[in-house]
Design a protein around this ligand. Structure first.
Ligand code: GLU
Ligand code: ZN
Length: 471
């Protein structure tokens, strides 16, 4: 059997950890079994879909490298095909037109709720004879669900799951506006696209018996189902689209590596011994639904940060990181021509930052032509003191011939010793002046990277600025 899986998102928002984990598991299962993986956009609910979400889906899938094997399917482009199947189902009497008006249905539902009954369509139209008066009335099309018996399936993750048909409704497969509904389109597509394994979120378990009954009504074999446990947010609540921390594209913007994201996602529910770090190759080689747990996973963004840092420092080639850093500098509108080499930046910041954008933002001051002179007030030392440090720094740095961070450091130590100034204070002043921050990598390295010319030029400006403050 040629394995075929699909990822079938509805374009109603940005992809989050939950969706993308489903996509990854479906993709891995297909790859592991030398099968195919397809992407199907489930956009039948015209009112809720938007193009921005479609764009987001494609962007995320491409960024993560979750490539699909056939053309992308859009359900909205397949309406005529769905219509054909519905006509066939009407003919075979496994579906029927329901002429009940919306207000009647609403009232019946209200009454059922009042009576503490599960609201269900009462099947008024199930056996209606064709009536010429009805022809003019608007209608929906309902599936003729079996009234008795049960539906059973062996879920790859959760084992046998059974539903009584008496629990199920004659649900709508075509709306009043003529558009087909989700549960119907999924079946038609899974069948038409020869999907062998439906891997999706646990929230779809209750849809599965309905879908299986449609498969049976079409005399078709059902696919194998695997429902993935849900992902909870850091507060152990069901993840909601409102939580911006789960929006995958955010991590692209923040400079996370797709390899780290995939590694993080694969461990949300799947395990392979105690192994934590998986290359894509290893994931593809070892993935199996048998090792997907039943319990829900909890998001841990700290862990993701740790993994990303680990990938930046240990896994991804230097060459690739440098290229990516250049991209993120550009995105921040930082012109890297006017500052240190990116390689140097990487060396200096890689152990301090968890993402590429963090490296860029943390080092951006190295590319400023002029300093923000107000930085010099960031220490609580007096202006007079600061001025002295500037002056001696200017003269001492000026006489360094071979500009290197070790020479700079020696000078700083000497300055402190000769002038009886605390080393800590000198460092503080130079740090806030040149970085605008209270924390930074080694100050001698920073001064080295900024370069002698720029350092002296700016020190001179600082001296003039402070002198003016005294007047
Ligand atoms: N379109 C559905 C969703 O986004 C998924 C359907 C399925 O996987 O069967 O939740
Ligand atoms: Zn009806």
């Amino acid at each position: 059997m040629k394995i075929k899986t699909r990822f079938a998102p509805s374009p109603t928002g940005n992809l989050h950890f939950g969706n993308v984990r489903t996509a990854l598991f479906s993709w891995l299962f297909a790859k592991k079994n030398k099968g195919k993986f397809i992407l199907r956009i489930e956009d039948t609910d015209v009112a809720r879909n938007d193009l921005k979400s479609v764009k987001n889906i494609l962007e995320v899938m491409k960024w993560l490298g979750l490539n699909w094997d056939e053309k992308i399917y859009f359900q909205s482009k397949r309406f005529s095909f769905y219509k054909k199947i519905i006509t066939l189902m009407l003919k075979k009497k496994v579906a029927y037109k329901c002429y009940c008006s919306e207000s009647v249905l609403k009232n019946k539902k209200k009454y059922q709720i009042l009576k503490k009954k599960k609201p269900k369509y009462d099947r008024t139209c199930r056996n209606l004879k064709n009536n010429i008066f009805l022809k003019k009335k608007s209608f929906v099309i309902r599936f003729k669900n079996p009234k008795s018996g049960y539906v059973e399936f062996n879920d790859k993750i959760r084992g046998m799951i059974k539903f009584n048909n008496s629990e199920l409704d004659d649900f709508i497969i075509q709306r009043r506006d003529g558009n087909p509904t989700y549960n119907f389109c999924v079946v038609v597509d899974d069948l038409d696209m020869k999907i062998t394994h439906v891997i999706r979120g646990e929230d779809h378990i209750s849809n599965t018996p309905k879908q299986i009954n449609i498969f049976y009504s079409l005399k078709a074999k059902i696919p194998i189902y695997a429902h993935l446990p849900i992902i909870l947010d850091e507060n152990k609540k069901k993840i909601s689209k409102k939580n911006s921390n789960i929006n995958i594209i955010k991590y692209f913007k923040e400079g996370f590596l797709p390899e780290a994201i995939l590694n993080y996602l694969v461990r949300l529910g799947w395990s392979n011994g105690n192994k934590e770090i998986f290359s894509l190759y290893e994931m593809k080689k070892n993935f199996s639904l048998d090792n997907v747990g039943k319990s829900s996973s909890i998001l841990n963004i700290k862990r993701l940060l740790y993994l990303n840092k680990y990938y930046i420092n240990n896994i991804i080639s230097r060459k690739k990181i440098i290229l990516l850093l250049k991209y993120y500098f550009k995105k921040e509108n930082i012109n890297i021509k006017y500052g240190p080499n990116i390689e140097e930046i990487f060396n200096l910041f890689k152990k301090r930052c968890s993402s590429l954008r963090e490296i860029v933002v943390s080092s951006s001051y190295l590319y400023n032509k002029f300093l923000n002179l107000n930085n010099i007030f960031l220490t609580n030392l007096s202006n007079k003191y600061v001025l002295i440090v500037f002056k001696i720094s200017y003269y001492n740095f000026k006489c360094i011939n071979l500009w290197s961070s070790s020479k700079i450091w020696k000078k700083i130590v000497l300055m402190s010793f000769k002038n009886k100034l605390y080393l800590k204070n000198i460092i503080n002043i130079l740090r806030v002046t040149f970085t605008g921050k209270l924390n930074s990598p080694s100050i001698s390295k920073i001064i080295f990277l900024i370069g002698k010319k720029k350092i002296l030029f700016n020190l001179k400006k600082c001296i003039l600025f402070l002198k003016k403050c005294f007047i």
